[in-house]
Design a protein around this ligand. Structure first.
Ligand SMILES: C[C@H](O)CC(=O)SCCNC(=O)CCNC(=O)[C@H](O)C(C)(C)COP(=O)(O)OP(=O)(O)OC[C@H]1O[C@@H](n2cnc3c(N)ncnc32)[C@H](O)[C@@H]1OP(=O)(O)O
Length: 720
């Protein structure tokens, strides 16, 4: 590329240059920031650029590209949206973006977006206003409209251009889920026109720009969807049904997306855009969007945190003890996300085989979906080896232990690892219930011992609790370097780590247990199982508590429960159901027997069915008496109260960590922003009132904790 003219000397996010062959180059490079975002302050710059282009008569085509090494545009600046104080203000931002993109679209020459790295939200909307899109085949390249995850809809033309480009059904799927497409998939769907290696991206885009501007290919789609009311209504009805099953009416953005796309197809692009901007403005002001934006800000801030002041130690290889479900998952994220070679040790060959088979299954799935190719599958599998001895452990920097929950066994593991590895090797235990200092008690170097609590299935669940211990009777607590290394490892594995205190249940299980116990109490009061699960699903949890108990395993619940009761007191007393269930062989899904039917022969229906025999076992006659919302509130209040206690006791370091931990670890309804934001929304006074009412109805376990009472008296909130 020869650039011989630069029209703009001052640092500008949008700058033009020209090649001798008649190609204009529009570079997007937000000064001083590593990520390009669209900000209202750039509107004048874009207008200037467009005005300049209109004065040039000899331009044959234009390439729009990013000046950043690894991103195109990550969308509108979410901080800017967060600062809006009225719906009108946000609507105006959207309208301005729409106007500028419309001008880009009507330029008389071929405008090609050259995309490498994230191209999201407003970034993709800008690319959609270009006439063609060429993408790099790099793994970093992702195209998507993730606004729905922020409680918004695409506000710069995305709801109008995308359905016309790729058809209504595919566009609805992309916009309603916010999914981000890799380049190849984007091409398959018609969002991108070409996928090329990064090294020739600009060259190919330049060639494209010199070709004739393509005609918009939406005439058939317009007919099929705009003109054919019946076809349209079928697609929308299906999408609405599917969406409602997922959102249960808790996410206004989903309904607005359906409404605006439909409106645009019925009334044309111009009116569609007006409606899009209007609804965008309204959504920015909703509490749901504010809560979802807060999750974005929290997770972005957490990406920078290191867990301690020390530098993390270098990791070159990781050992995993135990080839079960957890060990399999941990080895998977370590090898495939973090990119470290993994050596697994199990007492049995079967354990190793299981872990390898588990990894193969996950990689094969990726291969079938063409996310990786066969060679990549093989090379990633070669990163994971295993055996029944400690062979291959001499040079591991971190050992993650995922063996059976038994203190003696864990002690043995600590001793073995200290013997077989180097003095600097970190011993990270994936215990969910045993105190870390007790495990560290067997260590000669307890400063190297830390808790690293993953959630199942490891490859899917985004949270990890990092648990330093404060010291054993004879030894030191977890060192700052060990904490930093554990945090760094978790991040490399693609997880969001929170550092929590070494107290029973840590944070996530500690707030989950009283919630689950309460659901069990509701069950014992005779409420039907589906009614309880539905109540919490309607409230916004991803699975109901009884289903969750079946998934996690009744035996696991039965094991953790007495530990929490002994350490934390009577409010953790579980209703007496575990023994009855376990004596009947009902461990949940893994035993093929639980609260629901898992045997295909028993259950003919596609939908999950309750195993009614469980009522007899528990001497219950199910009858729906309580309203769903009352059940949901009853269970959730137990969780809220415990979360406040955790903050008070320093189990978590901040309300933010508590919110992210609950959302990522349990699936606490994201649109509520987490337990602390939800308590702020209700107000501490109201939370205390509700808890007190529940004390009268259901017992002392609902007694509001001191912190909440103090906050209610002083009218304080968690986020200030
Ligand atoms: C009108 C329109 O329709 C409305 C919109 O476009 S709404 C916005 C839609 N876009 C999004 O939701 C994408 C949000 N961003 C992301 O998901 C991720 O940042 C990403 C996938 C792009 C990159 O992730 P990753 O590489 O881990 O980098 P990450 O640490 O998150 O971000 C790097 C920096 O960019 C910032 N950033 C990224 N996207 C941003 C956005 N849309 N707004 C503001 N800042 C953003 C981050 O805050 C961070 O800033 P910092 O370093 O100063 O703290």
């Amino acid at each position: 590329m020869t650039q011989y003219e630069s029209s703009n000397e001052r640092p500008s996010a949008f700058s033009l240059s020209y090649s001798e062959n008649g190609v204009a180059w529009l570079k997007i490079d937000v000064p001083g920031e590593k990520m390009n975002t669209l900000q209202s302050a750039f509107a004048d710059q874009v207008s200037d650029v467009l005005a300049e282009l209109k004065t040039k008569k000899d331009i044959k085509g234009m390439v729009v590209y990013s000046g950043k090494p690894d991103n195109f545009i990550a969308g509108a600046d979410i901080r800017m949206l967060d600062a809006c104080t009225t719906a009108e203000e946000a609507q105006q931002l959207a309208t301005k973006g729409q106007e500028l993109f419309a001008q880009l679209e009507t330029l008389p020459f071929h405008v090609v977006a050259a995309i490498h790295g994230p191209c999201l939200g407003g970034g993709l909307e800008l690319a959609l206003a270009c006439h063609s899109r060429v993408c790099s085949d790099d793994d970093k390249t992702r195209l998507g409209l993730p606004e729905v995850q922020l409680g918004l809809l695409p506000g710069s033309g995305g709801t109008q251009r995308l359905p016309r480009l790729i058809g209504v059904a595919s566009a609805l799927d992309m916009i309603l889920t916010g999914k981000q497409l890799r380049a190849k998939k984007a091409k398959k769907l018609g969002v991108a026109d070409e996928v090329v290696p990064h090294s020739i991206l600009l060259e190919v885009a330049e060639k494209q720009a010199l070709t004739e501007k393509p005609k918009r290919k939406h005439s058939f789609q317009d007919w099929a969807m705009g003109g054919n009311a019946l076809g349209r209504s079928v697609v929308f009805d299906q999408a609405a049904k599917k969406t409602h099953e997922k959102t249960r009416g808790n996410y206004p953005a989903a309904d607005a997306i359906l409404e605006v796309i439909k409106y645009g197809l019925q009334h044309g692009v111009k009116k569609g855009l007006q409606q899009e901007a209007k609804r965008f403005g309204e959504l920015v002001m909703t509490p749901e969007s504010a809560a979802l934006r807060s999750i974005f800000f929290a997770t972005t801030a957490m990406k920078k945190e290191t867990g301690s002041d020390a530098q993390p130690a270098k990791i070159s290889k990781v050992g995993v003890l135990g080839g079960g479900l957890m060990g399999g998952g941990i080895s998977h994220v370590t090898a495939t996300k973090a990119g470290y070679p993994v050596r697994i040790k199990d007492i049995a060959n079967d354990g190793i085989q299981n872990a390898l088979a588990y990894n193969f299954k996950l990689l094969d799935k990726k291969c079938k979906r063409r996310i990786i190719n066969k060679a990549e599958l093989q090379s990633q599998m070669m990163q994971i080896t295993g055996g029944t001895s400690f062979k291959g452990f001499a040079n591991v920097d971190v050992v993650v232990e995922a063996v059976f929950e038994d203190l003696d066994l864990k002690h043995q593991m600590v001793r073995d690892v200290e013997q077989k590895t180097s003095p600097t090797t970190i011993f990270a235990t994936n215990t969910s219930s045993l105190p870390i200092h007790q495990i560290a008690a067997a260590a000669e170097r307890p400063e190297n011992v830390v808790g690293l609590h993953y959630f199942s299935p490891v490859e899917k669940m985004p949270l990890v609790e990092v648990i330093p211990h404060l010291g054993t009777e004879t030894g030191a607590g977890t060192s700052a370097e060990t904490i930093a290394t554990a945090v760094a490892l978790a991040k490399k594995q693609g997880k969001t780590p929170i550092v929590v205190a070494d107290k029973a249940g840590f944070y996530v299980n500690r707030i989950l247990a009283p919630y689950m116990n309460e659901a069990a109490s509701v069950l014992l009061s005779g409420e039907p199982i589906e009614h309880i699960d539905n109540a919490l699903l309607d409230f916004g949890f991803p699975v109901g508590p009884i289903t969750l108990l079946d998934e996690v395993g009744v035996d696991i619940g039965a094991k953790i429960s007495p530990i929490l009761l002994a350490e934390l007191g009577e409010r953790f007393k579980a209703p007496d159901v575990f023994d009855l269930l376990l004596n009947d062989g009902r461990k949940g899904r893994k035993s093929g027997k639980g609260f629901y039917l898992y045997n295909a022969k028993q259950s003919n229906a596609k939908k999950k069915e309750v195993d009614k025999t469980v009522y007899k076992l528990l001497s219950l006659e199910p009858k729906q008496k309580a309203a769903g919302l009352d059940i949901a509130l009853r269970c959730t209040l137990m969780m809220l109260n415990e979360a406040a206690r955790c903050l008070d006791e320093g189990v978590i370091q901040s309300p933010r960590d508590g919110d992210i931990g609950a959302i990522f670890g349990i699936g606490f309804p994201p649109f509520l922003g987490g337990p602390f934001r939800y308590m702020d929304k209700l107000g501490a006074k109201r939370v205390v009132e509700l808890l007190t009412e529940h004390v009268d109805k259901y017992g002392e376990r609902f007694t509001p904790c001191e912190k909440l009472v103090a906050m209610a008296n002083e009218e304080q909130s968690f986020y200030g």
